[in-house]
Design a protein around this ligand. Structure first.
Ligand SMILES: Nc1ncnc2c1ncn2[C@@H]1O[C@H](COP(=O)(O)OP(=O)(O)OP(=O)(O)O)[C@@H](O)[C@H]1O
Length: 270
C-alpha cells in the first residue's frame, strides 16, 4: 500500500541533476483569431530521481507541457532538453528513437495489446527496438509491481489495477531516464489508483527513476515530491512535499483569485 510523499524520505537530492528542462517553451495551436496559446514561455527544470506532479485547471496546458517535454509535440518557440540533449530541432526519426530509448510513457488508457500476455506486453517496446531487457532489472520491476504470478495472463484476464501495473512495468523496463504519466489513475477505482501511485513512488524511491505525472487529483499529487501548478499556460506556483490538504487549499486559493479577476484575467503570479 502506498503512503504520501510527506511520509517518505524525499526522492534523490536535487543535485542529482536535471532529467528535462525547458526555457521559454511556448506552444500555440491554430492561427489568427482562433489561435490558442497553450503554453506561454514556460521555464521548468525536472529534477532527476524525483516524482513531480503537474496540476492545474482543465485547459491550463498540462498535457501540452508533457507532450512538448517528451518530444511528442513540436514547440512554437523556446527550447527543450532531455538530459543534455536538446530535443527542439531534432528530426522526426531522431525524436522517435529518443522517445523509444530514453522515455517511458503511462497513459490513462493502458494501451496494452489484447492478444499478448502481460510478459509480452511489458517487453514489447524493447522487442520492437531490438533490445533485450536486463533480466535482473526485469525481475526487480516485476516483483516490485507484484506481477510475478500474472505474467502469462492476457489483459482481459487482469483487473484494471493489474493492467495499469503492466503498463507501469512496460514504462519502467527499459530503465528510461524519465517516465511521463498522464492521469495514470484516471480510469481506476480508488484502491487500484492508490496502488499504482504507490508503485510510481516506489519506482522513484527504490529504483531511482524520475517520474512526471499529470493529475487533477490532489490525493494523487500528494504522492509526489513537488507539485507544479499551471494556469493559462504558465507555471504559477510550486509546492514541495505536498499533502492532499495543502494542494487542495492552494487550488482553492487560485480559484478564488481567478474568480475575482474573472475568466481571462491576468494569471496569478507568485
Ligand atoms: N491539438 C489541439 N488543437 C487546438 N487546440 C488545442 C490542441 N490541444 C490542446 N489545445 C488547447 O490548448 C489548451 C491546453 O490544452 P491541454 O490539453 O494541454 O490542457 P490540460 O491542462 O491538459 O487540460 P485537461 O485537464 O482538460 O486535460 C486548451 O485550451 C486546449 O483546448
Amino acid at each position: 500500500m502506498s503512503t504520501p510523499a510527506a511520509e517518505h524520505a524525499p526522492g534523490r537530492a536535487p543535485d542529482a541533476g536535471t532529467a528535462a528542462r525547458a526555457r521559454g517553451l511556448t506552444k500555440a495551436y491554430g492561427s489568427g483569431e482562433t489561435a490558442v496559446l497553450a503554453l506561454d514561455s514556460v521555464d521548468v527544470d525536472i529534477a532527476r530521481g524525483r516524482f513531480t506532479a503537474v496540476m492545474g485547471p482543465s485547459g491550463s496546458g498540462k498535457s501540452t507541457l508533457m507532450h512538448c517535454l517528451a518530444g511528442l509535440d513540436s514547440v512554437s518557440a523556446g527550447r527543450v532538453w532531455l538530459g543534455d540533449t536538446e530535443i527542439t530541432g531534432l528530426k522526426d526519426g531522431e525524436l522517435t528513437r529518443l522517445r523509444r530509448d530514453r522515455i517511458g510513457f503511462m497513459f490513462q488508457s493502458f494501451n496494452l495489446i489484447p492478444t499478448l500476455n502481460a510478459a509480452e506486453n511489458i517487453t514489447l517496446p524493447m522487442d520492437i527496438a531490438g533490445r533485450r531487457p536486463d533480466p535482473r532489472w526485469l525481475d526487480q520491476v516485476v516483483d516490485t509491481l507484484g506481477l510475478r504470478d500474472r505474467l502469462t495472463h492476457r489483459p482481459a484476464q487482469l483487473s484494471g489495477g493489474q493492467q495499469q501495473r503492466v503498463a507501469c512495468a512496460r514504462a519502467l523496463v527499459s530503465r528510461p531516464e524519465l517516465i511521463f504519466a498522464d492521469e495514470p489513475t484516471g480510469n481506476l477505482d480508488s484502491r487500484a489508483g492508490l496502488e499504482v501511485l504507490g508503485f510510481l513512488r516506489g519506482a522513484v524511491d527504490d529504483l531511482g527513476q524520475t517520474v512526471v505525472m499529470v493529475t487533477h487529483d490532489p490525493g494523487a499529487a500528494a504522492h509526489s515530491d513537488l507539485v507544479l501548478f499551471l494556469a493559462d499556460g504558465r507555471i504559477v506556483d510550486e509546492m514541495e512535499r505536498p499533502t492532499a490538504e495543502t494542494v487542495l487549499e492552494r487550488m482553492k486559493a487560485f480559484d478564488a483569485v481567478r474568480g475575482r479577476l474573472g475568466d481571462g484575467g491576468p494569471v496569478l503570479e507568485d
